[in-house]
Design a protein around this ligand. Structure first.
Ligand code: FBP
Length: 760
């Protein structure tokens, strides 16, 4: 019989002790080795050996209740897969057509005009229902489609779909929408899914999507059905291969589901395959929420890319749980880095969903103006350009200030949200990123091997930079990297240097998700907190009742000791005087206040109060990114993406190309949603990528004048809750996939929509 209870524990401890002894003797690895090579040498105490019947587990696994418990499906999943998203009203028509909408205009970039001549004149197109007398039983004649239109619309089509870039919840529903619409119109149409992202187009790796396959993934997160990849189709060779694939498969249309860079690529593919008659349509995907489209006059055409709401909800659920934890055991600051590459949209939404104590918004830091510096410079008749934008040091001071304020009311814990791309908005770091982008790109262009192949280790990379700096000094010529850059760069910790020198992605983007942004900021924060503690500024406020009780219990008079110990003896939370920063200084203060004689000990109750006021700054860091990208879509994203899929088909069936499918009025209630096509070429501008200027779609960053941001800004102090009493945390709850349990759209969108309402 296997030993039970204490007997078993005793044997277990003996076993552990044996391993420790072996380890102490330096024989640990030998022991493991023997154990693998000769089981007889593996001294597992016999009584510890589990006694099992050999066939037990087979019978257990046959048990229907066990089978149900461990099945990979469950009721929630079945319900989710079976959910049928509502369709925008226009899709209830048998036919749709496109109508150019002249109300929306853009100012096209000169380079886009040159490089995308057949796409640049595209306009915003609205998807309109066409009343079919025959099909709908409505009076024929009114806008009734003619035979040629019907024939063209209904023809058998071959459509290829590719996911490009990071996953975003809802992608499967885009496929489902296209699949359902295409098959409804013509069951013989074929839909291909390119495998592993754009590589699937280049290498002609595609599968025909069947109903069965599509049905398995309805309303589910991830891009599991066909996978994704980050390759950019950016060379003549890759373009030619992609074109060949489209010809081989006989594609009528290619759908690129991706972020700003992938939609940029879609426009170039549309131009490339224009003469072949292959239409290319983009779909705005990215959890980052940085594809938001307004026309020149500020009309909102696409309020948000898909996946944003689901990821933000997933992050918020986790962050909210930490708010419960930290306000329960009151000992940690939870530092939550949330994804979003550059823009802080996700962090802003998490702030609105959770009311975290502090949320950094990159765009807000870049907007910061140091008035004091400006005034000082003005007084001296100069201009201080460093007064614009926040430095890393200043940012750490702002965070410290918040931590100190909360500690003063007894809350030496809290929740800080940091957007992963926040450093992009800190001038000094941005300068390094741009300079290093250029250096790496130049190196790659002029050498056979890449910068990262030639300099695999940090020390090699630093040596190369040092060489550049030396060269610039010796030759006294302009160089992008001078000795000042090198000195400043050598001042930052190695892990951060490594982060800044990381390989850029195929689109030339800096890999923010790989940089320990939180470590950079929190390193400075804890260093400065130490200084503040030594200066007696960072202290934990002691609740007045606790102080009184502790002293009275020791027969000491709280009224007498109060003014000696505290700077605010009448406050609710008592702050030990700044001058008291050790037991020694405490004793001096007690002597000065005639509470003790020099030869006396500090009364234990007083010592206890002092020690309680000394803060220990403890953090737990968390990264929310990949988990949110892989979450199942919210109801909002399920509905949004399915309708995007339907929109894509309408654009294809009506001959559009170089357009991005979108839903106008996404920020409004569902009945207001309007499917449209947005001309991608008109959204482009010139940007630095891989050290060169390139045409790309402009990323949208947080607008600091938006209602959503201004609400967060206005509630900053309230949510910091550096006041006696409870915190202001909000619990958004998990993604339950029901519109009753979730808000119907991101709070950011809701607030901005309210803010943009025209006065009645
Ligand atoms: P997309 O722009 O491709 O949608 O990806 C966004 C993102 O999730 C960012 O938030 C993050 O910085 C990045 O991808 C991470 O990339 P990787 O998958 O290469 O780690």
């Amino acid at each position: 019989m296997a030993p039970l209870g204490t007997e078993r524990s005793l044997l277990y401890f003996q076993y552990i002790e044996m391993i420790l002894t072996e380890t102490r003797k330096g024989r640990y690895y030998t022991f493991i080795h023997y154990a693998h090579s000769d089981p007889s040498l593996y001294h597992y105490p016999e009584a510890m050996m589990p006694k099992r019947e050999p066939n037990d587990i087979k019978d257990i696994l046959k048990n229907p209740e066990i089978q149900e418990a461990i099945s990979s499906t469950n009721q929630g999943l079945i319900k989710r897969i079976n959910y049928i998203p509502p369709q925008c009203e226009v899709f209830s028509n048998r036919y749709t057509r496109l109508e150019e909408d002249p109300r929306f205009t853009f100012t096209p970039d000169k380079d886009a005009e040159k490089q995308l001549p057949d796409m640049i004149h595209n306009q915003v197109q609205r998807v309109i229902g066409v009343v079919s007398g025959v099909a709908s039983g409505v009076d024929s004649g009114v806008d009734s489609p003619d035979e040629a239109f019907k024939k063209n619309y209904d023809k058998k089509r071959t459509i290829g779909i590719v996911f490009s870039g990071g996953p975003a919840p809802g992608g499967h529903n885009v496929i489902a929408g296209i699949f359902d619409a295409a098959k409804k119109v013509n069951p013989e149409s074929k839909i291909y899914g390119f495998l592993m992202g754009p590589d699937g187009i280049i290498e002609n790796e595609a599968v025909e999507l069947t109903k069965d396959r599509v049905d398995r993934y309805r309303n589910l997160g991830g891009f599991t059905m066909i996978k994704t990849g980050r390759t950019k189709i950016d060379t003549a060779e890759k373009m030619a291969l992609s074109r060949a694939t489209c010809k081989e498969l006989g594609l009528d249309a290619l759908v690129v589901v991706g972020g700003d860079d992938s939609n940029t690529n879609a426009a170039f593919l549309a131009q490339e395959m224009y003469a072949d008659g292959v239409q290319v349509i983009g779909v705005p995907k990215t959890i980052d929420g940085d594809i938001q489209v307004k026309d020149t006059r500020g009309h909102l055409l696409c309020a948000m890319s898909f996946g944003f709401h689901s990821a933000a909800r997933a992050f918020s659920a986790a962050v909210s749980s930490l708010s419960t934890d930290c306000s329960s055991d009151v000992k940690y600051w939870h530092i939550c880095k949330v994804m979003g590459r550059v823009a802080s949209h996700l962090a802003l939404e998490v702030a609105l969903q959770t009311h975290a104590n502090m949320t950094l918004i990159g765009e807000d830091l870049a907007d910061y103006v140091d008035q004091e510096r400006i005034q000082n410079a003005e007084a001296e008749g100069t201009v201080d350009y460093t007064a614009y934008g926040m430095t890393l040091r200043h940012l750490s001071r702002v965070v410290c200030n918040a931590i100190v304020k909360r500690a003063a009311v007894g809350k030496n814990y809290g929740l800080l949200v940091i957007p992963e791309g926040v450093l992009e908005f800190i001038n000094e770091i941005q300068v390094f990123i741009i300079k290093l982008n250029t250096i790496i790109a130049e190196y790659n262009d002029t050498h056979d091997a890449t910068f990262h192949e030639d300099f695999p280790y940090l020390e090699d990379k630093l040596e190369y930079l040092r060489r550049l700096a030396r060269q610039s000094r010796e030759e006294s010529t302009f160089s992008i990297w001078n000795t000042r850059d090198d000195d400043l760069f050598n001042d930052i910790p190695a892990f951060f240097q490594e982060g800044l020198l990381m390989e850029r992605d195929s689109h030339g983007n800096f890999p923010f998700s790989q940089v320990k942004t939180d470590k950079v900021i929190m390193g400075l924060v804890s260093d400065y907190l130490k200084i503040l503690r030594e200066r007696g500024i960072y202290k934990i406020g002691i609740h007045r009742d606790y102080y009184r009780k502790t002293l009275e219990k020791a027969n000491l008079d709280p009224e007498f000791f109060g003014p000696i110990l505290f700077e605010n003896p009448q406050g609710k939370y008592l702050l030990v005087k700044p001058g008291i920063i050790s037991l020694k200084t405490l004793k001096q203060e007690l002597i000065r206040g005639e509470a003790v004689e020099p030869e006396d000990e500090i009364p234990p109750a007083v010592e206890k109060i002092y020690l309680k006021s000394v803060p220990d700054f403890k953090t737990q860091t968390h990264f929310y990114g990949y988990d949110g990208r892989g979450t199942d879509p919210t109801c909002f994203d399920c509905n949004y993406t399915y309708n995007l899929g339907l929109t894509v088909f309408s654009l294809i069936a009506n001959g559009a190309t170089g357009q991005m499918a979108a839903i106008k009025n996404l920020e409004q209630d569902f009945p207001e949603w309007e499917p449209i096509g947005i001309p991608i070429a008109q959204l482009m501008h010139i940007e630095e990528r891989k050290g060169k200027l390139a045409l790309v779609i402009e990323k949208s960053v947080v607008d600091v004048n938006s209602t959503a941001f201004r609400v967060v800004e206005a509630l900053r102090e309230k949510w910091l809750a550096a006041t006696p009493g409870e915190d202001e945390f909000r619990r958004p709850g998990p993604i339950l996939f029901s519109d009753e349990s979730e808000e119907s759209r991101p709070i950011t969108l809701l607030l901005n929509a309210i803010g943009n309402r025209k006065p009645e």
